[in-house]
Structure formats: structure tokens, C-alpha cells
Design a protein around this ligand. Structure first.
Ligand SMILES: Nc1ncnc2c1ncn2[C@@H]1O[C@H](COP(=O)(O)OP(=O)(O)OP(=O)(O)O)[C@@H](O)[C@H]1O
Ligand SMILES: [Mg+2]
Length: 368
């Protein structure tokens, strides 16, 4: 067990091997200037070449999470190019970041709802996928964009692995499953593809997904964001008119700090947080309906209090959920009567209501 956060961070980095060079990240000299920042977050520059796997960034985040370290601030630097931050807007004077693209007005997408979380692995993709299907089943026209550039997992969850068709006018056709139109980087790039999807390129991809995919006319457009407050979140928020964000958290207090930072990020860019979804919130017996809390509780309520937004619902732990998702069967499809699926369907209704009453795309009602 490492004695200090710095030692723990070094240990986590030394535990990840870059397959291109067959050495761990420290030995390979990929980490520069590792410090623990004033906010307690490990901060460093990560020298990632174009031909290194992009998944290394994700592996770092997962290793830090497993070591109970705060989500790191990683400056990604291509040794052949200038540094790009994966966290937050570019520092003043950072000429490497292009100005944000002009905001696109995409009324055909309907309400754009971002599903976000401070930490990885809390169930964002699960919530995004199941909400999308629940909304489609309630009769809405729904699109789901996998905005997780570093580890797209929507294809697997929907069991869709085809390549999208490109029409004569060079527009990409979304794939479709369970009544939801889908687009994911996972459809386009091979697993562990070289890490060219960074910084300004992320912006480009997000823009293309929004503009160049033939989404048709939708009522709801859900975006599964990568964890944290990185480029993809900001790109999306800057690129279009996001109606609202849904923040996924778990009952443990621990993850609230990160989720709170995520919520504040949306505040800063004037995107209303529609509410909190507390996932893995205890266990409901499928036979007798009795509910047991497995972990310390109150995470959702605490976050809701701090951000002054409602808890949209709580999803209990559900046996086989991961297994079913891996086989392309989200829980609302595989087991619609299960406590988790019922909770998700209710959350979908509350999201509709919250987007109607609090969504940013809504014009203010002027009273005389
Ligand atoms: N309520 C639940 N009960 C049981 N398993 C769950 C539940 N919610 C999510 N899971 C499982 O937990 C794992 C993580 O969920 P998911 O991939 O949705 O998280 P995520 O926040 O999108 O993660 P990442 O940050 O890696 O994108 C998955 O295997 C998923 O099937
Ligand atoms: Mg995910």
C-alpha cells in the first residue's frame, strides 16, 4: 500500500504497460511533472504519440480510481506537437486550442440531453442506453451519441458492430437498435486504434457526429459523455444547444466530489442540470421487493442539495445487468419488470418532465 498520494499515483502509472514499447508508463518516460495539485488531484503531462493506444488515458483514470485517487488532470502532449489539456478550457495563452466552432443550431435533434458523471464506471452508459430505449418505447424519436472518445461502449451494449453506411450526399447513416438511432466512434475505429482522437480532433468528431450524421428529426438526443470535465464535454456543450444534463452518481459519498465538479462545469456554460440519477443504489429483492442498502447512502441527496437540483431516481443493483449488457441486451429490454428497469422507465418520464420545464432550449415565459 503506497504511503502518500504521490507514491500511489506513481504506483498506478507503473502498473500500466504501453504495448507499443513493452514498458510501463513511467519506465517508458511518458509521464512528466507528476504532482499532487492544491485541489488534491494528481496532475501531469502525458507524452502520448499518435501511434500509442488511446485507451491508455482511460486505463490511467481507471487505475487512479481503483487506487482511490481523485480523477487526474492530464495534459496530453504529442511529443511531436504542442500540449492539449483534457481537462477544462485551455489555459490562457494556450494557442494550441482552436477557438470553439460557431454554435450550430440543430433543431432536428430535439432536446439534447447530456448524460454525465464525475467518475468513470458509475453507470453513465447504462443509464444513457436504457433511458434512450425507455424514451423510444414511450413513443419518442430518439438518438443516442456515444461521446466517449476514449472508450466507446455503446456498440457493445446495443450489440451493434456494423459500419455505418455513407449516403450519396456523403452523410453517415446512424445504426439503429431497439428503436434508437445510434452513432459511436466504436463503429468507425478499431479497438485500441492509435490515439489520434484528442484535443481539437475531438471537437471535430463531435461536430461531425452532430452535423454530418443523418439523424433525421428527433425528439430527444442523448449523449453519453466520458467521465469528468474534459474536451469532449466542453466541445459538445460549445457545439450545440444542450438542453440539459443528467448527472449519474453512486450512493457513496466519495464519488460526490467529482460529480459536483461535473455539475459546476455545466453551470459555468449555462447548461441546466436536470437532475441526479443515483445508480447502484442498494439492492431490491426481485422476489419479495425488500430493499437493502449495500453501501453508505445519501450520495444522490447530498449532490442534489449542493447543486439544488432534484434526484430523478435511484437504480438498485441488479444481478446479471453487466452480463446482459455485454451481450447487447440492456436491462429495460432483457428484464423490463426488474426493479432496475422499472426505476429506469420512471427516470425516463422524469427526464421528459424536467426537460420540458427546465430545459435550456425552452424560451422563457414572459408574464405581463
Ligand atoms: N444498477 C446496476 N446494477 C448492476 N450492474 C450495473 C448497474 N449499473 C451499471 N452496472 C454495471 O457496471 C459497469 C459500469 O457501468 P457503465 O459502463 O454503464 O458505467 P460508465 O459510467 O459508463 O463507465 P465508463 O466511465 O467506463 O464509461 C457495467 O458493467 C454495468 O453493466
Ligand atoms: Mg461509459
Amino acid at each position: 500500500m503506497a504511503s502518500t498520494p504521490l507514491a500511489a499515483a506513481r504506483e498506478a502509472l507503473a502498473g500500466i504497460v504501453n504495448p507499443r514499447v513493452g514498458q510501463d508508463l513511467l519506465a517508458a518516460g511518458m509521464v512528466e511533472g507528476l504532482v499532487i495539485g492544491d485541489d488534491g488531484r494528481p496532475t501531469f503531462t502525458f507524452l502520448l504519440r499518435r501511434d500509442d493506444p488511446a485507451t491508455l488515458v482511460r486505463q490511467i483514470r481507471q487505475a487512479f480510481q481503483a487506487a482511490d485517487l481523485p480523477d487526474p488532470k492530464i495534459q496530453i502532449k504529442d511529443p511531436s506537437g504542442p500540449a492539449k489539456s483534457t481537462h477544462g478550457p485551455p489555459a490562457e495563452g494556450d494557442k494550441a486550442m482552436p477557438p470553439p466552432a460557431p454554435q450550430m443550431s440543430l433543431p432536428n435533434l430535439g432536446k439534447v440531453i447530456a448524460i454525465s458523471s464525475g467518475k468513470g464506471g458509475v453507470g453513465k452508459s447504462t443509464v444513457a442506453a436504457n433511458l434512450a430505449i425507455a424514451l423510444a418505447r414511450a413513443g419518442h424519436r430518439v438518438g443516442l451519441m456515444d461521446g466517449d472518445i476514449y472508450g466507446p461502449n455503446i456498440p457493445r451494449m446495443f450489440g451493434v458492430f456494423e459500419r455505418p453506411q455513407v449516403s450519396a450526399d456523403r452523410r453517415m447513416q446512424p445504426l439503429e437498435a431497439y428503436g434508437v438511432k445510434l452513432m459511436s466512434l466504436g463503429f468507425i475505429v478499431e479497438r485500441d486504434a492509435p490515439a489520434i482522437w484528442r484535443g481539437p480532433i475531438i471537437m471535430k468528431i463531435v461536430t461531425q457526429f452532430l452535423r454530418d450524421v443523418d439523424w433525421g428529426t428527433l425528439d430527444y438526443f442523448l449523449v453519453d459523455l466520458p467521465p469528468g470535465t474534459g474536451d469532449a464535454q466542453l466541445s459538445l456543450v460549445q457545439a450545440t444547444n444542450v438542453s440539459g444534463a443528467v448527472i449519474v452518481t453512486t450512493p457513496q459519498e466519495m464519488s460526490v466530489g467529482d460529480a459536483l465538479r461535473g455539475g459546476k462545469m455545466f453551470d459555468k456554460v449555462n447548461v441546466p442540470v436536470l437532475g441526479i440519477v443515483e445508480n447502484m443504489s442498494g439492492f431490491t429483492c426481485p422476489h419479495c421487493g425488500e430493499h437493502t442498502d449495500l453501501f453508505p447512502t445519501g450520495g444522490g441527496d447530498k449532490l442534489s442539495g449542493e447543486l439544488k437540483v432534484p434526484v430523478l431516481g435511484r437504480i438498485p443493483m441488479q444481478a446479471q445487468m453487466a452480463d446482459l449488457a455485454d451481450r447487447g441486451k440492456p436491462i429495460v429490454v432483457a428484464s423490463p419488470e426488474s426493479p432496475a428497469a422499472v426505476a429506469l422507465a420512471e427516470i425516463a418520464e422524469r427526464v421528459v418532465e424536467a426537460a420540458r420545464t427546465r430545459g435550456g432550449a425552452e424560451l422563457p415565459i414572459l408574464r405581463g
